[in-house]
Design a binder for this molecule. Sequence first.
Ligand SMILES: [Zn+2]
Length: 327
Amino acid sequence: MAGGGRGGIRGNDRLRIPLARGWFAWTALFALAACSAGDVGREAAPRNLILISLDTLRADRLGAYGYERDTSPALDALAARGARFETVIAESNWTLPSHVTLMSGLPPQIHGVVIPNQAPSADVPLLAEVLRARGFRTLGLTAGRFLTRRYGFDRGFEEFDDAELSFAKALAIARKRLVEFDADDRFFVFIHSYDVHCPYDPPKAYARRFQTRPKADHVPTRGRCGNPHFNRMALTPGQARFLSDRYDAGIRHADDLLAQFLADLGRRGRLDDTLVVVVSDHGEEFMEHGKVGHRGTLYMQSLRVPWLMAGPACRRSLSTSRSVSRT
Ligand SMILES: [Zn+2]
């Protein structure tokens, strides 16, 4: 769950981390991008990485994972021209530890960030630091809260903006910077968004398009996220569906923004040697087990997340969903 930390943040120095393990997962990711199996073209491996974390996005709400609603044409297309990991289980059911895992390749029991007032130890190498040390230009754009410099997420980024950016704003900044980079620059861009997170507040046109419930089932969403609010309400099935519809609408809005972003970069040739990866840190429950939200349980609705990626030398089809991984 997103939310501000309490009190002072301290680095977790309880554990000494074997450094080589920290970026193993990402080394493996780049290797995977080479798609070394037989259905690969002869293109070179990607030189750049764009990593997008759509916070709170559960896998089974995307067409690429079998969802029947039209929430994700751009993400589905990304998967279709690249790779889709069938079963990805988040290492945590809330934002902070899961993103430390994403950036370090380490599970929470190793990186040690498990409560809201901890930041990863300086001993834990983060992806941007690793790539920056290898000469990459690095840009981090986040929606804030846990994904801030307070928690060390700025480490390794030449430019880092954690000013609670909307997805649209973050993509606009990324688009501008990517055009400014020299053609020879290698780059790593990390974009994080809470656009599909509670309070499930998509633009009205999207909300209307996905809405299935009558007005009687509509409940306020702003300021009511998480256990202190929805989970202490006696939500009817219709009200839970209302929230779920809003969530779906937010996914489609984010997907449309991503489509524009990728189309623009494609026209500019910036995707020719770039691996684009879309993941999430955890999912969301909508009363399947009596609650709305995440962090309270370990059901698959809270833990199974998408991992989709596409880039040069990576041409797997959706039907080649043989990869099982953990993030
Ligand atoms: Zn999260």
